[in-house]
Design a protein around this ligand. Sequence first.
Ligand SMILES: [Zn+2]
Ligand SMILES: [Zn+2]
Length: 367
Amino acid sequence: MVFWEGYVSDEVMGIFAPIVVYWLYGGFYQLLPPLDGYRLHTRKEEEEKNLLSLSKVVKGVLLQQLLQAAVAHALFLLTSTADESGITIQPSIPVQFVQIIIGMLVMDTWQYFMHRYMHQNKFLYRHVHSQHHRLVVPYAIGALYNHPLEGLLLDTIGGAIAFLTSGMTARTSVFFFCFATVKTVDDHCGLWLPGNIFHIFFQNNTAYHDIHHQLPGTKYNYSQPFFSIWDKILGTHMPYTLVKRPEGGFEARLVKEIFNVKFSFESADFEEQFRFGTEELILVVFFVNWIDYGVLGHVSDEVMGIFAPIVIYWLYAGFYQLFLPLENYRLHAKKEEEEKNLVVVKGVLLQQPVQAVVAHVLFVLSY
Ligand SMILES: [Zn+2]
Ligand SMILES: [Zn+2]
């Protein structure tokens, strides 16, 4: 049950709700008083650095949304799963939850590589992506101010691919697209307001993206709109510190030295760099759900209880083993590891069958 049922179709909502939500949420930020105590850039800086009038920005966004609506319309026509009476069977809530997380990961992946390529290819940067960077001091309504080609390639096609690969229905996509829209607007709001849930739950947030809009930060923090995973894996992650300005508000500063210093567990920089927080938690919850509902289908809880921890061990450890050389972040040099460690992986392989047998006995006894 959704509140629009019986009034408008899911498809119409999927096309128009993200646009309405954009203007409502962006408009809310626009109408706030100046709030000098919470701005990431002063008002003076905004006037000096941004070279665009608000009406131009609004027109640019409306053009992008027109293209977006046309693509969404075509997409829904092509993928409709309704039966003859026009009813689409909706998956269960946990399945929809997993689909939304898949959509988030796919959208992030698409946008990271397209966005980074737009910076690396000088022609594309000069003629396409630089338009978005004309707002050196971002504000909420400018979140989707892009060259029309970029709006199509990054945001719209990215959304379409996320929709298609996650298998969500039009109804689920209403929530997904609205969430992505609100997150993108918030990342450009330029304010560091206390209690903003996006700032609490996402490492990729207003300050993180503000670094990317600053001139020295354009080669970092490409990840958008949800997580910062790709930046971390591919070495373009630039942590920031928030410094209070004497004239009020905050400044998001690049933590440049972080790529060259050696860490210790006591150092605050280490905390900042390796803050395993909500992002990683979402991924773990997603992963467990995914195994449960997506991959294994109808496996008993007992079998999952025995094997899921073993599978997760190898997947998570394998992720570290394969994808993260990260010489700059190691607590011991690679050479030291080779010299000092005298055992190999086999020990783990012995412990896990024992663990599986005990878990099996435990489940049988407590049944
Ligand atoms: Zn950029
Ligand atoms: Zn931006």
